[in-house]
Design a protein around this ligand. Structure first.
Ligand code: NAD
Ligand code: DAU
Length: 332
């Protein structure tokens, strides 16, 4: 396996994975297929070795684009998705199209051409936990709550059905909340950092007691590469780095690291159906495949992420105003 096709490779985590693989596997050829929605940006892929890298602009829902690209690869790593929960509550349709129909097209292409598939999913398919519940593991029943998580759950079920009914050679990973460079300013951490950088307050949904389990995007990438190379076909692996924090705690760290005080944290309307807590038990991936996260100090990773946004305002500024205008419409 040295020719991979990465769907959604111009987005936050997909591009991190492409840069990671390009560095870690210098003899691999990587093709990216990406529609370049508002969330995709070819600058995320700048500087890659052109002799081993190809970019295809296209929609994963379009069979005529997907099939030849899949036929031309040894394996597909499928990141492409609509990913923002708030957008899914406002307008679910693109989520059904890309996350469900797009995954169906990928599955049909890998089935036809007998290719290896790794499907990227999320911990949100398991719904939410109470503060003292045990963490999610690979046997936790699906209980999605938002249109986003429901369509990701649907895509996971399609992959599981194609494995069982057609013998498709696939694995699935469900990861927790990612942070790091190149994340769109609509998401929680970049939104707050760039709010401070543009003189605006941080926007805390509801009480701020919701808990997310943070992992650096590069640790997600190393987990995916581990599963792609060593995972058992047909299996699901959870990826997480034991990074549980309340949203309030994350915001307190951001203001501290950026030299502000808590008066900068403003409480806004809560997200409808807001999941209370996510938490991942990644012991199967650690014990069976020997994976370990590298970024275990969240405060250090967050400080480096803040530095990246300080130094790359030409990357995020073009998206900032329109993103905040959308939030204003939602009252958040
Ligand atoms: P993102 O929104 O930053 O990027 C998504 C990419 O997919 C963009 O480049 C976009 O242009 C592309 N895309 C969207 N629709 C497409 C289509 N129809 N055809 C081709 N390309 C299309 O997303 P992300 O945060 O990098 O997430 C990537 C994957 O990881 C998703 O599958 C998501 O569900 C999963 N995931 C994300 C997180 C997280 O914290 N962000 C955690 C766990 C899992
Ligand atoms: O758990 C994995 C998931 O993490 C991924 O599957 C999703 O694609 C990704 O977007 C993320 O979903 P969340 O809804 O958890 O992430 P978001 O960054 O939107 O919000 C994180 C938490 O912060 C959530 O509890 C809502 C809250 N929040 C969010 C924003 C944008 C705020 O308090 N203020 C904000 O401005």
């Amino acid at each position: 396996m040295n020719k991979i096709l990465v769907t959604g490779g111009a987005g936050f985590i997909g591009s991190n994975f492409v840069r990671y693989v390009s560095r870690e596997r210098p003899d691999w050829h990587i093709s990216v297929i990406d529609l370049l929605t508002y969330a995709g940006n070819t600058q995320n892929l700048d500087g890659l070795d052109e002799s081993r890298f190809k970019f295809i602009k296209g929609n994963i829902c379009d069979e005529n684009t997907i099939e030849p690209a899949v036929a031309d690869s040894d394996a597909v790593v499928h990141f492409a998705a609509e990913t923002h929960v708030d957008n899914s509550v406002h307008d679910p349709r693109p989520f059904v199209d890309t996350n469900v129909v797009g995954t169906f097209q990928i599955l049909e292409a890998v089935r036809k051409h007998d290719k290896r598939l790794h499907h990227i999913s999320t911990d949100e398919v398991y719904g939410d936990l109470e503060p003292n519940d045990p963490k999610f593991n690979e046997d936790t029943p699906y209980r999605p709550s938002s249109p986003y998580s429901a369509t990701k759950a649907g895509s996971d079920h399609l992959v599981q059905a194609w494995i069982r009914s057609f013998g498709v050679k696939a694995t699935i990973s469900n990861c927790s909340n990612n942070y790091g460079p190149y994340q769109h300013v609509e998401k929680m951490i970049p939104r707050q950092i760039t709010n401070i950088l543009t003189g605006q307050k941080l926007k805390l949904y509801g009480s701020g007691q919701n808990i997310r389990d943070w992992i650096h995007a590069e640790d997600h990438s190393s987990g995916v590469l581990t599963i792609l190379e060593k995972g058992t076909l047909g299996k699901t692996y959870l990826i997480g780095a034991d990074g549980e924090k309340t949203n309030k705690q994350v915001m307190q760290l951001i203001v501290e690291l950026m030299g502000k005080d808590e008066s900068w944290i403003e409480q806004v309307n809560d997200r409808p159906g807001h999941d209370l807590r996510y938490a991942i038990d990644s012991s199967k991936l650690r014990n069976e495949l020997g994976w370990q996260p590298r970024y275990t100090d969240f405060k250090e990773g967050l400080a480096a992420t803040i530095d990246w946004y300080r130094q790359n305002d030409s990357w995020w500024k073009p998206q900032k105003e329109s993103t905040e205008a959308k939030y204003k419409e939602l009252g958040r």
